[in-house]
Design a protein around this ligand. Structure first.
Ligand SMILES: Cc1cc2nc3c(=O)[nH]c(=O)nc-3n(C[C@H](O)[C@H](O)[C@H](O)COP(=O)(O)O)c2cc1C
Length: 388
């Protein structure tokens, strides 16, 4: 029986990913900021919400798909941008993108990923979104976004919660900060995981060489292991809504603002031309005292839900979490770690398995609450509807 066959849920996949990856890589993928309060709270908030069942509903005709930003998605789900899939598996970003295409949902490629957006567009197919961290040298952000436009990406996801970076102490402890510094401890960690070392790093070395930040402008597209002294692009710390206006004018496709955690910002996002907002606390990887996103979702839906697409992420590990988010008015959710665990275990097949697990759990929970399609889900499924 393969590892994948022994994965019955996302927690199993996480455990196999933990065994397969070096500690530094796994902790980078898995953990949260500082004391990991937000990481835990994201899950606790979902767990607190209890549902009322509705039985004896004819469930013969069911459709778990939806219209997301004007096109059909087979589930109310998309893959979140994560800048590490390519280190969990050889060409992991491509594997993840192919899994999303196979399952009929959008895939978001992160700014910091190591597979070029052109290659993803050429090989993966499916619906593609590109995530942007704006840089201080603004023209470089535009150069990169221009490439995404030319490669046919459908949506631009501008992440707004990363201005000054984050505080993830375990990454520093593991020497796992970008660019990666090779330490004795890191080398030991890698050699203790030979399957990963040979299957991922050696494979890169004998094919395309040490991975680079392929989507960065040429000036900064260094190898990911470049010494800490290497020139790196600086994040745009002076970014304001005026920058969103300029990007809106430049970008012809759908514009998604990711990192919203208050209704006022959701309203501003719509006023500045966003087609969708993502209620996100970065999966508990940014502000450690951030509220769980499911607690903030109702105020955002009340403020902009009728005018724009509202997406939620942070803490989705079960199909029931998806149902709860939809019942509170989200149009869709993003998954970050769940599909990354899958990629870490078995590339495309692993990511597809993670998506199948979520899909099955989603459909079964929907059945328990008597919903045959997305339009039927609303807050009356809750034992105690949230007070907002
Ligand atoms: C390893 C990792 C890398 C991430 N990198 C990015 C990134 O480059 N850009 C971004 O906007 N969000 C990034 N995120 C945040 C995700 O897009 C998403 O908001 C988060 O993972 C959702 O929470 P979940 O992992 O609990 O599903 C990253 C998340 C993880 C786990």
């Amino acid at each position: 029986m393969s590892a994948l066959d022994r994965c019955y849920n996302i927690a199993d996949m996480r455990e196999f990913a933990r065994r397969r990856l070096p500690k530094g890589v796994f902790e980078y993928l898995d953990r949260g900021a500082e004391d990991e309060i937000a990481l835990v709270d994201n899950r606790e908030a979902f767990k607190r919400m209890k549902l009322r069942t509705r039985f004896l509903v004819d469930l013969t005709e069911r459709d778990m798909g939806t219209e997301l930003l004007g096109k059909r998605a087979e589930l109310p789900l998309a893959i979140a941008p994560t800048g590490i899939a390519g280190l969990t598996w050889y060409q992991g970003e491509l594997e993840l993108a192919k899994a999303a295409a196979a399952k009929g949902i959008p895939f978001t490629l992160a700014t910091g990923s190591i597979t070029s957006m052109e290659k993803i567009a050429e090989v993966a197919g499916g619906r593609l979104w590109f995530q942007l961290y704006m840089w201080k040298e603004e023209e470089l952000s535009y150069e990169m976004v221009g490439r995404a436009r030319d490669a046919g990406f459908e949506a631009l996801v501008v992440t707004i919660d990363g201005g000054l970076g984050n505080n993830r102490e375990y990454n520093r402890r593991n020497g796992f900060t970008v660019p990666f510094t090779i330490t004795a401890r890191g080398l030991t960690d890698m050699t203790l995981h030979p399957r990963w070392l040979i299957g991922v790093i050696f494979r890169y070395l004998v094919t395309t060489g040490m991975p680079r930040h392929e989507n960065y402008p040429e000036k900064y597209a260094h190898r990911i292991t470049r010494g800490a002294s290497g020139e790196r692009p600086q994040r745009h710390t002076a970014m304001t809504w005026q920058d969103i206006d300029r990007m809106r004018d430049f970008w012809p496709g759908k514009l998604i603002i990711k990192g919203i955690l208050r209704e006022e910002d959701a309203v501003l996002a719509v006023e500045h031309g966003a087609d969708a907002v993502v209620v996100s606390n970065h999966g508990g990887r940014a502000l450690d005292s951030a509220a769980p996103t499911i607690d903030i979702l109702p105020e955002v839906v009340a403020a902009v839900g009728k005018r724009t697409t509202v997406i939620l992420d942070s803490g989705i590990r079960r199909g029931s979490d998806m149902v709860k988010a939809l019942a509170l008015g989200a149009d869709a959710v993003l998954t970050g770690r769940a599909t990354l665990y899958g990629t870490s275990v078995a590339g495309q097949a692993g990511a597809e398995k993670a998506l199948s697990i979520l899909a099955t759990e989603f459909e079964k929970t929907m059945a328990y609450v008597g919903c045959r399609n997305i339009a039927e889900v609303n807050a009356d499924i809750f034992a105690k509807p949230p007070a907002y």
